[in-house]
Design a protein around this ligand. Sequence first.
Ligand code: NAD
Length: 492
Amino acid sequence: MNEKGLMYNYINGEWRTSAAAESLEVLNPANAETLTCVPLSPVNEVEQAAQAALRAYQEWKRVPVVKRIQPLFKLRALLEEHVDELSRLIVLESGKTFEEAKGEIVRAIENVEVACGMPTLMQGDFSEDISTGIDEFMIRQPVGVAACICPFNFPGMIAFWFFPYAVAAGNTYIVKPSERVPMTMQRVFELIDQCGFPKGVINLVNGSRQTVNAILDHPDIRAISFVGSTSVAKYVYARAAANGKRAQCQGGAKNPVIIMPDADMETSVRILADSVYGCAGQRCAAVSLGVMVGDAEKPFLEAFTEVSRTRTVGFGLDKDVQMGPLISAASRDRIEGLIARGVAEGATLHLDGRRPVVKGYEKGYFIKPTILTHVSPNSELAKTELFGPVFSIMHADSLDEAIRQINTNSYGNMACIFTSSGASARKFRNEVEAGDIGVNIGIAAPMAFFPFSGWKDSFFGTQHAQSKDAVDFFTQKKVVVERWPKDWTRKF
Ligand code: NAD
């Protein structure tokens, strides 16, 4: 924080105080206390970052790839060294538990490790003698200046789905964190500052809507990665495309799970409680909709209600806390409203976690685990992303009916099945319209060496985050057809 109590931007290798006319308070969602203030950086500060990144790009793209990855090795070591400190910051500003926060830094590190493979990842292709004496080859070159726009729910991880690959491939970069959780990325940039990247290669600009629009409209920013809600993802995708940029935009989710009667109920309940309630349901891969097939509901619901009722809720740095608060009062109020609307639409409120008293954190934005049964597949509850610790339960007579029900959903981020039948699992993974599939897994979030792949309204674009998809996104292919006739040399 600077003397004005504001977070800094990091532009051209230096910390800069924003001249923003507006700022927002960043609150600890467990007790509503102010942690810091974030500037809503104006257009000219995005301009400064884009210019710095463009200048740096002219040199950086010529640095051999084996040298470009050296600062990333340093960053990996520094992240390892600071895992606990970064995790505490994540807990403070986002509300998740310490172990959950640590998990996201581990995935961030994994992305740095994969990006360090860029010398082989960005190799081209070569065909000799495509015609007599003529060779053809494809080389990959960086795109230019790229930027990411991040959501609140993983303050330490999501930028790492993109920038390590981008800079390793020779691009330069601008990170725009969520204005609700800017502290973790600022600390990450203090580590980046020690890694030896040349000035301007990686920049940090804080802000919200106006800052995003300035990024989307800036002619020197060539590639946009967005992660957030579907409505903003669609908007960002359209505006980036209208400005001639490549874009990959990951949106919201409504992740279903099918419970077959032959599932191992004890294991399913244990795994799914972590999926539904982990990060208070604020994970893009959190399961929020259960389809109970045949007579699966009774044994599943009995055990699931018990683990839900007894889940310890509180501040994520306190001992034995299993679930933290929602990100904001607005988010809590919205979810409570959707629960009430679900009941009005005919659902049964089986376990009501609204407005709990959490001792010592009475001002926090908590909802305890909540379960609704008899949810209709056509209800708002079944279709809308709640992004909270709420599990809605539907019924189907057969696997076919359950798959039909979940495929009517407009989202397609992740879907899971719990079964002991290989045939059911195979049919499920073949027919379900989602990018990430879990078979007896509750959070099928891909490792960094696989693409993070939503479908339908959960993703707009072609190349996903992470892995070889990131290499494709951050490089442009150039194909050369070449002839060197022997007798030409005699002429000179
Ligand atoms: P959000 O869409 O409100 O905000 C995301 C980013 O967009 C922020 O940086 C914000 O500053 C910016 N933004 C918000 N409104 C804008 C507007 N009108 N114009 C321009 N920019 C705007 O999302 P959030 O609430 O921070 O994050 C939660 C959402 O993210 C959930 O829907 C969740 O499912 C989704 N998410 C998806 C994935 C995935 O991989 N698909 C991963 C994480 C989160």
